[in-house]
Design a protein around this ligand. Sequence first.
Ligand SMILES: NC(=O)c1ccc[n+]([C@@H]2O[C@H](COP(=O)([O-])OP(=O)(O)OC[C@H]3O[C@@H](n4cnc5c(N)ncnc54)[C@H](OP(=O)(O)O)[C@@H]3O)[C@@H](O)[C@H]2O)c1
Length: 328
Amino acid sequence: MKAIVYTKYGPPEVLELKEVEKPTIKDNEVLIKVHAASLNAYDWHLLRADPFLVRLMGGGLLKPKNKILGADVAGRVEAVGRNAKQFQPGDEVFGDISGCGGGGFAEYVSVPENALGLKPASTTFEEAAAVPMAAVTALQGLRDKGKIQPGQKVLINGASGGVGTFAVQIAKSFGAEVTGVCSTRNLDMARSIGADQVIDYTQEDFTKSGQRYDLILAANGYHSISDYKRALSPKGIYVCTGGSMAQIFQSMLLGPWISMTGSKKMGNSMTRPNQKDLVFMKELLEAGKVVPVIDRRYPLSEVPEAFRYLEEGHAHGKVVITLEHNNK
Ligand SMILES: NC(=O)c1ccc[n+]([C@@H]2O[C@H](COP(=O)([O-])OP(=O)(O)OC[C@H]3O[C@@H](n4cnc5c(N)ncnc54)[C@H](OP(=O)(O)O)[C@@H]3O)[C@@H](O)[C@H]2O)c1
């Protein structure tokens, strides 16, 4: 089968399109014919071993442990292991397979069945592949850490990116009044996916406007944690899921202390992929409450180009890889 392989850490140039062995399946696994995959910042952290911590956290100290990147996939089940009971050959599935070594940038991948959910019938493979990591990050940040409630004023910083476009729509589905922060060229898109108000970060600093929010999800960008604190209502919650390293570390290190010493809660949310949340997203997709925003599509051979684009940091929505056998 064809796959995008890397044997050393580095820029997108280290990625090569190669012919490799089709994977076999273990008893609890299913073999998926991949129809689409999507890129996440997670993938380029593993590509470049940036930050260095990636090497110590199982990525591989000197060289990558897993040679094929790709966490988000959608495809058709081709074969089922002896103990895998949830899926049948022919089923259309999607999932975040980062917890089982990735491998989505390939024609086939074998994964434990509990990393997958049935693809919503109403979505294409490309749309389904756009969902798992980014949407579950937004969902867990808003619902689990953020304790989102109907009628709350919720602000999404970085509303136009992979995580942010899902966060706006998920927050709306919970009945919140949503403000999306993005740059000028993405204001219309943020409105079109449901943001009630939009703030252009090139024109206005929302942390200085005097407006207060019950919940702030920081999907991207940078503000100091004290700026975010000022923009929270007295019992407001701030959840950081991404953005600059300084933003992430402040939320991890200072957030728990601020939360212990006052009425505002501040902290970080690390995504935990799981089947229940995939099913939750499937229902939102089927109900039409969430529609994935796809910025660009690339064929498998152009994964390096897709990485270059994502790394520029200005994707609006998701960057998707379409597998060539999809078109045959
Ligand atoms: N916590 C977790 O487990 C987890 C899981 C997934 C992702 N993440 C992290 O989440 C972050 C975002 O991921 P993503 O997939 O959404 O990234 P992305 O799609 O690459 O984000 C790009 C978007 O961010 C916007 N942006 C850039 N600078 C901004 C700023 N200063 N203020 C507001 N928006 C800004 C860009 O808009 P403009 O072009 O208009 O500037 C663009 O639309 C990454 O840091 C990633 O590592 C964390």
